[in-house]
Design a protein around this ligand. Structure first.
Ligand SMILES: Nc1ncnc2c1ncn2[C@@H]1O[C@H](COP(=O)(O)OP(=O)(O)OP(=O)(O)O)[C@@H](O)[C@H]1O
Length: 258
């Protein structure tokens, strides 16, 4: 059974069809790309998969304990709790909080003490807080941000803010991670480092990743399989070599280098 299974997914906005009959599968441990020209419907699809938009038609199913669970209409925070996390095209960090607190706040769904324990600051509270802090610091280390733990998120350079957003998404313990243009605004050196980092977290945490990206070198280097959207429809899917030479894909990009 695939980890994520999308069937005939459609989203209409007042006469505009942003996604039409989209079929997609993501298997356990896969690193999959979602590409397409501007306005093709990539972010709309992400928004349906993460509960931001309710699909007009079709189904989204997520495998949980060997059973397919329908995600249509499920609230975003519940979808996150089920093991799907995401980052955003326009970075959404808590800018006035520290780097460490940005990660800690994402772990809150996993706290194992009750309100009374927290209010009375019982020993279980401190033990759990210490455990979370340790886990947060381990994540910051992986994302090369441990030295920045006390900085305000707003003071980080752009590339580091992008990395922090991924670290925060990883703090929710996802099985499937959605990255919306993770390399946007990065220079080639940062993009190369990010490519290695994404591959590393997939291997280290045994998760699946679906990423939207306009940087074709990153997509073709990193993704094992690629879906191509154009005018809301999937026009091709396959391994990078197939996509690069696919006539419909080349036409959709109007001769741009793929
Ligand atoms: N909330 C909304 N209301 C109305 N139209 C919308 C809404 N969200 C997206 N659209 C429209 O749906 C279409 C697909 O947009 P979407 O942002 O999903 O494309 P995209 O492939 O992510 O584009 P880009 O690569 O430029 O980010 C566009 O025509 C967009 O204007």
């Amino acid at each position: 059974m695939p980890l994520l299974s999308v069937k005939k997914l459609t989203k209409n906005f007042d006469g505009l069809c942003a996604n039409s009959n989209v079929n997609m599968e993501i298997n356990e441990g896969e690193l999959v790309g979602l590409i397409g020209p501007n306005g093709a419907g990539k972010t709309t699809l992400f928004n349906m998969l993460t509960g931001v938009y309710v699909p007009s038609e079709g189904t989204i199913e997520f495998e949980k304990d060997g059973k397919a669970v329908k995600l249509n209409g499920v609230k975003p925070y519940k979808i996150t709790a089920m093991g799907l996390a995401r980052t955003f095209q326009n970075i959404r960090l808590f800018k006035e909080m520290t780097v460490l607190d940005n990660v800690l706040i994402a772990m809150n769904k996993d706290v194992k003490y009750g309100t009374i324990t927290a209010l009375l600051r019982l020993p279980a509270f401190y033990k759990e807080e210490e455990k979370m802090r340790k886990k947060a610091m381990e994540l910051l280390k992986i994302f090369h941000l441990e030295d920045k733990k006390d900085e305000l998120a707003s003071n980080l350079p752009y590339g580091e803010q992008r990395r922090l957003e991924i670290a925060r998404a990883m703090a929710t313990n996802p099985k499937l991670l959605f990255l919306d243009e993770p390399a946007a605004g990065m220079n080639p050196q940062e993009t190369a480092e990010l490519t290695n980092l994404i591959r590393f977290i997939r291997d280290e945490f045994h998760i699946s990743i679906l990423l939207i990206e306009h940087d074709m070198s990153l997509v073709m280097n990193l993704c094992e399989r690629i879906y191509v959207l154009d005018y809301g429809k999937i026009i091709a899917s396959g391994v990078p070599e197939e996509i690069k030479t696919n006539k419909r894909v080349i036409e959709a990009y109007l001769g741009e280098e793929i």
